[in-house]
Design a protein around this ligand. Structure first.
Ligand SMILES: Nc1nc2c(c(=O)[nH]1)N[C@H]1C(S)=C(S)[C@@H](COP(=O)(O)O)O[C@H]1N2
Ligand SMILES: [Mo]
Length: 347
């Protein structure tokens, strides 16, 4: 089985999980995708020096060290993290950014504290509207722009974790040690790593990583007028067989995953005849809020030929994946059924 990551850029490190390693419900920390705008801290951040500051539109600003955070009530939750640009390279029309196939997604069980508990202790003022997170990673390139992103206070209060554990281990250095934000069910960009400062604000943070990227916009449209990328789009992926695999006639087990961010995946259908007919897949494994669901479909391939396998997820809000994704300049949110089709040969 292929174990190594597919590296797209070394500096900053951007690498995707090989498809074979997306076949487990938990994505191992060793193969969890890497997405970085800046330089990953070269040595683990020292826990003796690190503190988390919470300031801005609050009655009582807080400064907490690592021990104080670890002594707060603990939450353990599953969450599927996906980069906004995942599957970008599968779009028919090229979009700029890292050429992800389907491996810019992974599922982990995270341990940490609810951001709500910290915010409650600090007491947001009536003007509090957005919560900004600042990472400790050093910007690369001349621009020296720090990775700072903000999310609405409602999301921060309802379902945002500050995680210090990933799949039972301390949060790995690459994934944000000692602490990262996880806006559950929202794309990776809303999940700032190496957090050291949280600022409650009257309005969304303004800056490069809020206004120039992570927005859905068209050619000729100013990026900052596009919608901010927040929710993960309902999607499904086929992890077995692989693209262009040669199979023999008979019983073929098709495996995959489906995820809907904040919404629950209710149904996955499979087509082996280019979308003419659809059959339900069977769910396998755990079913947790904000986490993907794995599924399988047993295909009786009795005739040799060329096939395109397709999967289609439906969620509890009645949403279904589109036949084809809506294109945008940065290629975000590609959840098209056709784009995710997997061609195979049966002999
Ligand atoms: N500090 C910081 N946080 C960050 C980033 C970053 O470059 N710096 N990248 C974001 C993006 S775009 C994604 S998709 C996720 C990726 O998290 P991972 O590398 O742990 O998979 O982290 C997010 N948090
Ligand atoms: Mo991302």
């Amino acid at each position: 089985m292929k174990k190594s990551m597919r590296i797209m850029t070394e500096k900053p490190l951007n690498a995707e999980t090989p498809t074979e390693r997306l076949r487990t419900w938990i994505t191992g920390n060793d193969v969890f995708f890497d997405r970085n705008q800046g330089q990953i801290p070269e040595a683990p951040i020292s826990l003796d020096e690190w503190v988390l500051n919470l300031d801005g539109e609050v009655d009582k600003p807080l400064t907490l060290n690592y021990q104080q955070i670890c002594r707060m009530p603990k939450a353990i939750v599953a969450n599927t993290l996906e980069c906004s640009g995942n599957s970008r390279s599968l779009l028919e029309k090229k979009a700029s950014g890292n050429p992800w196939t389907i491996g810019g997604v992974g599922n982990a069980v995270w341990g940490g504290v609810w951001l709500r508990d910290l915010l409650d202790a600090a007491g947001p003022t009536p003007a509090a509207a957005h919560v900004a997170f600042e990472g400790l990673d050093k910007p690369l390139g001349k621009s020296k722009i720090k990775f700072i992103r903000s999310i609405p206070i409602q999301k921060a209060m309802s379902s945002t974790l500050l995680a210090y554990e990933m799949n039972g281990d301390l949060l790995p250095r690459k994934h944000g040690f000692p602490l990262r934000a996880l806006a559950l069910g929202w794309t990776g960009a809303n999940c700032v790593k190496w957090v050291h400062r949280i600022t409650v604000r009257k309005a969304p943070y303004e800056g490069f990583f809020m206004d120039k990227v992570y927005r859905v916009f068209q050619k000729g449209q100013p990026s900052e007028t596009g919608e901010l990328v927040s929710h993960i789009s309902l999607n499904s992926i086929i992890t077995q067989p692989l693209r262009d695999e040669r199979l023999t006639t008979g019983r073929i087990v098709i495996l995959g995953a489906a995820y809907g961010g904040e919404n629950h995946v209710e149904k996955v259908d499979i087509s082996t005849d280019n979308g003419d007919s659809w059959q339900p897949a069977e769910f396998i494994g755990p079913d947790e809020p904000h986490a993907w669901r794995h599924w399988q479909y047993i295909w009786n391939a009795d005739r040799a030929g060329e096939y395109v396998l397709m999967s289609r997820a439906t969620d509890n809000q009645g949403n279904q994946q589109p036949e084809s994704a809506e294109w945008n300049v940065l290629g975000y949110g590609n959840n098209g059924i056709r784009e995710h089709g997997v061609p195979v040969t049966v002999v």
